[in-house]
Design a binder for this molecule. Structure first.
Ligand code: 5AD
Ligand code: SF4
Length: 452
């Protein structure tokens, strides 16, 4: 029998990256082998993102380009997974006749069975409102999977999904429609999964969810104790022996309780890094976005966070050109940038998404206005990021080495900054934590030398 090989192309956020890992693991357990060459795969899975129109266009153009491969090799299977699959479902099968299977975000665990079904009948499975994320403890990844994922370096850092979905319905955002309502995994399953990963040599875990702060509030996660606040989960996960660094993402500022802020002071393993998307500096825009906090609340949170952990590196997301955004609203975003001086940010032009409330709002901004605002914002953010990075020069930091060979060594600070080393001990290897003097800073990375 011909070998079953798969190739997964992932678009979008960390949730999708983790979902792709889960699909890879389930496929391996069902006799498939990963290949790094898409044209050789007997199964191609495209894990899609629909958060902005551009991401969705990329998916359809990749799918279009696979038409010939499928015509040359009709027995291969093409599967579309992720947010576009969830949202468009059957439409993809109709528009792209060479696609065999469409699997929504809540059905990825069923992939092997669905592939068998799709051999007999082209299939689309997407919507389902009530679901539970299955208990899932990964087995040890094989050497070939590890090297496919990370070149030759060992896997030190992994994502663990703690919840799915979102109940917030920000008016621009498609996620509540593509990932459904919030469902938290059971704490015991998360702890088992992290423990299993740590036992394979992983030292850094990032807990993932669309809005991790509301973990454990919307469905039972522990038989003996509900609700189970996210802060408690952080304390429990941090106790796992062998785990060195703990991170989480993403947090909605509308619910960042003191208890969670205190975790940054109380939990040593919790890294001094937080991604706290603000989206806009204007209260009027925030209200129209349905964000449920005001800029004063946000600034107050930043103060409390920085008091709890003075070395905290704060990053954010910004949308420019939201419907109705005036010059003065945009100026308020620029002012916020000066007040908070984020270590970094991701910024986007507003993109109308089907089914979202803002898609029908008046006052759409011209594309040229959005482009101009985005450019202004990014230029200033780049300057601030460089200034922020320079603040590390002359400081001593712990660097977790991700790579160390004869020629190159690099790793990350607890703040997640990348550091390229100028000198390091010849015995150093990936996974070691070195004491490093920071000697230089660029916009995207730092330079340093190991000190004994
Ligand atoms: N248009 C532009 N940016 C968006 N984001 C989410 N939806 C949209 C949209 N419709 C951005 C937000 C979010 C990040 C993941 O993507 O900033 O925090
Ligand atoms: Fe989208 Fe808002 Fe939910 Fe984040 S909190 S996933 S921006 S709806």
């Amino acid at each position: 029998m011909k070998e079953k090989t798969f190739y997964i192309k992932t678009f979008g956020c960390q949730m999708n990256i983790r979902d792709s890992e889960i699909m890879a693991q389930t496929l391996c357990e069902h006799g498939y082998h990963p290949t790094s060459v898409m044209t050789r795969a007997s199964l191609i899975v495209i894990n899609t993102c629909s958060v902005r129109a551009k991401a969705e266009q990329k998916v359809f153009s990749l799918l279009g380009s696979l038409r010939k491969q499928k015509a040359d090799n009709p027995s291969m299977q093409i599967c579309v997974a992720g947010c576009v699959a969830q949202q468009e479902g059957q439409m993809i099968i109709e528009r792209m006749p060479h696609v065999d299977l469409v699997v929504g975000t809540q059905h990825i665990y069923e992939l092997p069975g669905l592939l068998v079904r799709a051999r007999h009948q082209r299939t689309a499975v997407n919507l389902s409102d009530s679901y539970e994320i299955p208990r899932y403890i990964p087995r040890l990844p094989t050497a070939s999977e590890q090297s496919q994922r990370n070149g030759d370096t060992a896997v030190l850092s992994r994502f663990v999904t703690i919840m799915q979905g979102c109940n917030n319905f920000c008016t621009y955002c498609v996620v509540p429609y593509t990932r459904g309502r919030e469902v938290s995994r059971k704490a015991v399953d998360i702890i088992d999964e992290v423990t299993a990963l740590v036992n394979t040599g992983v030292v850094e875990i990032t807990l993932l969810g669309q809005n991790v702060n509301s973990y454990g509030t919307t469905n039972p996660v522990s038989e003996e104790d509900t609700p189970y606040p996210f802060a408690r989960l952080l304390h429990e996960v941090a106790k796992i022996p062998g785990l060195r660094r703990l991170r989480f993402t993403t947090s909605n500022p509308k619910d960042l309780p003191d208890e969670l802020i205190r975790c940054f002071a109380e939990i040593n393993k919790l890294c001094p890094q937080l991604h706290l998307p603000v989206q806009s500096g204007s209260d009027i825009v925030l209200r129209r976005m349905n964000r449920k906090y005001r800029i004063d609340d946000y600034l107050n949170m930043v103060d409390r966070l920085r008091t709890a952990r003075p070395d905290l590196a704060l990053t954010t997301d910004i949308i420019v050109g939201f419907p109705g955004e005036t010059d003065s609203d945009f100026q308020a975003t620029m002012d916020l940038l000066e007040r908070v001086r984020f270590h970094g940010s991701f910024s986007f032009k507003y993109s109308g998404r089907p089914g979202t409330a803002a898609a029908s709002f008046d006052g759409k901004c011209e594309e040229s206005v959005k482009s101009e605002r985005l450019q202004l914002f990014q230029k200033r953010q780049d300057e601030i990021s460089l200034e922020r990075n320079r603040e590390y020069i002359g400081t001593l930091q712990d660097v977790l080495l991700e790579r160390a060979d004869g020629e190159l060594a690099s790793g990350r600070l607890p703040t997640n900054h990348i550091v390229h080393l100028e000198s390091w001990p010849s015995t150093a290897q990936s996974g070691d934590v070195l004491r490093v003097m920071i000697t230089g800073a660029g916009q995207h990375s730092l330079k340093g030398r190991a000190v004994s």
